[in-house]
Write a protein of this length. Structure first.
Length: 176
């Protein structure tokens, strides 16, 4: 896929590369920052590096599984936002913001930037996101994006190994 940088009002979303390694280590290995995530927190710096290599490979693929963007505030990598291409008619969105920057609307702004670009460039009309049912901050992000609740299910296991959780699904469909 062609690499694209997305400019929003306050942020720059860049394809994730090794130049973002220290930022991803900082917020992606912090258990309190990533406690409600399925695949986080990362367990080692080596795991973070392998994750970034996989993202870079997807950027070079004609059929990517996941495109990851570093969320940049000036020169500071404050988080990531991802687009997953597991469904033919929809893109799953995911995000993590460094806890030092929570409460400033950066996750909403970054996700909205992805939605805009993928709607315009690829004609994608349906987006969804998943979160732990107790992750009120992510629920607020999804609602601010205009998504609506589309279901709740069991069977979610966060990496922090705190037992089976419930998972919420939110959707926005621009065909409606």
């Amino acid at each position: 896929m062609q690499k694209v940088t997305i400019k929003t009002e306050r942020l720059l979303l860049q394809p994730l590369t090794m130049q973002h390694l220290s930022g991803v280590i900082r917020y992606g290995m912090d258990e309190s920052n990533a406690q409600m995530m399925v695949n986080l927190p990362f367990r080692s710096k080596e795991e973070v590096a392998m994750y970034i290599v996989d993202i870079m490979r997807d950027w070079d693929s004609d059929t990517p599984h996941q495109l990851g963007f570093a969320v940049m505030l000036g020169d500071e990598n404050i988080g990531m936002v991802d687009a997953y291409f597991d469904q033919p008619d929809a893109i799953e969105l995911g995000w993590i913001i460094d806890k030092r920057y929570w409460g400033n609307g950066y996750a909403v702004e970054a996700a909205r930037g992805l939605i805009t670009v993928f709607r315009e460039a690829l004609g994608i009309r349906r987006f969804f996101a998943l979160c732990d049912s107790e992750n009120r901050a992510s629920v607020r992000v999804m609602e601010k994006l205009g998504m609506h609740a589309d279901g709740i299910s069991g069977g979610r296991f966060n990496r922090r190994n705190i037992g089976e959780r419930k998972e919420m699904r939110y959707v926005i469909d621009y065909n409606d």
